[in-house]
Design a protein around this ligand. Structure first.
Ligand SMILES: Cc1ncc(COP(=O)(O)O)c(C=O)c1O
Length: 425
């Protein structure tokens, strides 16, 4: 018998995805809102570039191919209005791996706003780091203030902390305002607080609020994490990007050291093909805009449907997520012995075939009745259908009217949720 430590469970988002696929394979009809994956076909410029790169069989340098890092530095110099050096860029198999490497490289307590993406806390714990929760206000779309942050920081010991933020946000779909980012930068500078800014959805903004990178306000101590997964629908390529505050110093050395001992490098053909993503080609930029606007319109349609059905939910601004809460239905739910987000999510799956994730997976107390729904999968289950929807969206001039009648499963699922809510009144 092997003697091992604490269990290390599979990440809830990957688990729900596997469960849904198993249930579907067994013939059960389910509506999959559990997993955030952009399903549109990748730009052909990129898939062609990958075909050309297939013969690159050598191990690449640990931090990544020089051409790719230079292209990324040039691209984000424009986005951040900075003069980035290629050596500030480290690429890896997914930004998830980089986030882990960065937490380990910082090696200090982690301040996590709540709700936060499912993997940050488990990663911090695997690194043996203490996590300090910074609760967002459910009455204000889960925003938190600098006073809240200051109070959380006061609990941190002499070793200091790193703040991990994420805008556009998974799970809430909210984004930081310009003012907030400016104030956050000034606050973090004054309190000597480094920031990891997960901006993986930075190019999936809905248009109402501009994505404002934290690194613009705090270039000397912000690390930005991004990658190809979301705005280019290339999650399976596993290419993540970290942009470090400087080429000097311990952070880069530690991150590259960790990378060298765990993943060695991101796959060479993927890296070679990824250069095409950062050349500001008109076709690739247009693809990014088309997908971002379609994700935004789909998410908004869901939000409108849910709020019309009496299910409260922060208004989405970016990424492809919604965080509805059922607090208003607490007595009706209690009547069915549903008092936690886990039970709520399980009931939605078992009783009406709607797959979601419980708020608990995002750091909420178990009894908070919030769930997360990803808008990115529904009606795009089949890849041909996803391609047809994107083509139709472009042909219709990217008008939200195009969605009337083209998202039957989304509409049906919202109706079911509305009936579920009414049955609780
Ligand atoms: C907020 C957030 N950060 C990071 C990631 C990881 O992305 P990847 O490892 O594909 O770069 C995800 C993926 O779902 C995410 O939602």
């Amino acid at each position: 018998m092997l003697r091992l430590g604490e269990p290390l469970p599979v990440s809830p988002t990957l688990l729900i995805n596997e469960r849904v696929h198993e249930a579907q394979a067994a013939g059960r009809e389910l509506f999959h809102f559990g997993f955030g994956e952009s399903r549109f076909p990748a730009p052909t410029a990129l898939t062609d570039a990958l075909a050309r790169a297939a013969s690159q069989t050598e191990y690449p340098p640990v931090a990544g191919l020089g051409d790719l890092r230079a292209a990324i530095a040039a691209y984000y110099s424009v986005e951040f209005d900075a003069d980035l050096d290629a050596d500030q860029v480290v690429v890896a198999p997914g930004s998830k791996a980089l986030l882990f490497g960065l937490l380990k490289a910082f090696g200090r307590d982690v301040i996590l706003p709540t709700p936060s993406w499912v993997s940050y806390e488990p990663q911090a714990r695997m690194c043996g780091l203490a996590v300090h929760r910074l609760p967002g206000d459910p009455g204000r779309s889960y925003e938190w203030t600098l006073d809240d942050l200051g109070r959380t920081l006061d609990d941190v010991g002499p070793g200091g902390a790193v703040l991990l933020v994420n805008s556009p946000n998974n799970p809430t779909g909210r984004m930081f305002s310009d003012d907030f980012v400016e104030q956050l930068g000034a606050f973090a500078r004054a309190r000597d607080l480094p920031i990891i800014s997960d901006e993986i959805y930075g190019l999936v903004a809905a248009g109402g609020v501009d994505h404002h990178s934290v690194s613009r306000e705090l270039p000397e101590s912000t690390v930005v994490c991004t990658g190809l997964s979301k705005h280019l629908s290339l999650g399976g390529w596993r290419l993540g990007v970290a942009i470090l505050p400087s080429v000097e110093g311990r952070l880069r050395q530690r991150l590259v050291g960790i990378a060298s001992e765990i993943w060695s490098a991101a796959p060479a053909p993927i890296q070679a093909a990824a250069v095409t993503a950062y050349e500001r080609r008109a076709d690739v930029e247009d693809y990014i805009e088309a997908c971002a606007s379609l994700h935004a319109a789909r998410t908004r349609r869901m939000w409108e449907g849910l709020t019309a059905a009496g299910i409260r939910c922060p208004e989405p601004q970016g990424a492809f997520y919604l965080m509805p809460d059922f607090e208003a239905y607490r007595p009706g739910l209690a009547g069915r012995s549903i008092t936690t987000s886990q039970q709520l999510s399980a009931s939605l799956l078992d009783d009406i075939g709607i797959a979601t994730l419980p708020g608990e997976a995002f750091g909420f107390p178990p009894e908070m009745l919030a769930i997360r729904m990803a808008s990115s999968y529904i009606d795009l289950e089949n890849k041909d259908r996803a391609a047809a929807l994107l083509a139709g969206w472009n042909a219709a001039g990217r008008s939200p009217d195009y969605l009337d009648g083209t998202l039957p499963r989304m509409d049906q699922a919202i109706e079911r949720l509305g009936q579920f809510a009414s049955s609780l009144r």
